[in-house]
Write a protein that binds this ligand. Sequence first.
Ligand code: FEO
Length: 392
Amino acid sequence: MKPREIVPDVFFVGAPDFDRKLFDALIPLPHGTSYNAYLVRGRDKTALIDAVEPTKLHVLEAYLKDVPKVDYLISDHTEQDHSGGIPWVLGRYPGIQVLSSELAKPMLVDHLGLDGNVIRAVADGERLDLGGKTLRFISTPWVHWPETMSTYLEEDKVLFSCDWFGSHIAQTELFVDGVEEILAPAKRYYAEIMMPFRKIIQKDLDKIKDLEIRLIAPSHGPIYRDPQSVIRAYRDWSDDKPHNAVVIPWVTMHGSTEILVERLIDGLVERGVTVHPFNMASADIGRLAMTLVDAATLVIAAPTVHVGPHPMVFNAVILANALRPKVRFAAIIGSYGWAGKMTDIIQAAIPNLKVELLPSVIAKGLPKPANLEAIDALAAAIASKHKELGLV
Ligand code: FEO
């Protein structure tokens, strides 16, 4: 297999993974994924940007079969789906130097057992001249670990961004021309791993705002020919202004909580609010995470199991707390049989959400007229809060 040229003397040498169904044993991958790596050939030196997940090492091996010499391995990110192939690369090219950020150097030693002597830490803004191809290293932390950096090829104006701007898509085409088809998977990926760091991502975006970029070549998913569209989307996703939307992760055991959820959805829709309900018994948590990117309000809806919230909804609570979305308001609704501490337990589980808590609505058994009126009042309160923020 020959390396696939994306611009003169720059080649794709990565691997799609059509069959992978889960990432980190957690994140669903409805479209598979890819582990992209790139070869940059200068007049004097050659650099490989990222390696691949070890399960797809044979693809990288095949691409590099007729490449006799590689001088540098640029490790933009230590997570093993990009770095796992480095030990093989070191064996294939004795004398090769690994270049990484300062923070990444000990992490590569810890995660891969590399000899630290083969790694040289590069400074933010440092340049590497390969002979007619100049790589500039740009520190872009938290996309998605603290050590991440991006690599910019000055002559061709290609930004190798690793996870940043990536999408979990397996396909044989290397490029995406428009962005419509890619924005949903890119947003899903942002939501799943980068949303907690959105304040830092805003600074990362500022750092590249004056860079002339013709292509963004991430390490998951296709290469962008229209890089500004995904950059603009990242601005929107990471900024502080939510959209006029409510996310409701819910589950029901005997129908009581479902009655409350349906009443709330009706009340919100009547008031012009977009609602994203997720029955957690079958929900795709990637889609749940996507809707949390923009939503102004989170309503957690659960029946009581023993004294606490139903565990399936509690998964959504833990996820929301970990992802730190920009939600401004939250409420808890649900039901119980004889006693419960559901609201206390849920409130204690979301310390990272900087939200105004709206009144809870908890029914004992089947919802009564008073419970339904309280749900109507909650819908009115949510719509009013959104209006105050100028979202309606
Ligand atoms: Fe694609 Fe954070 O690894």
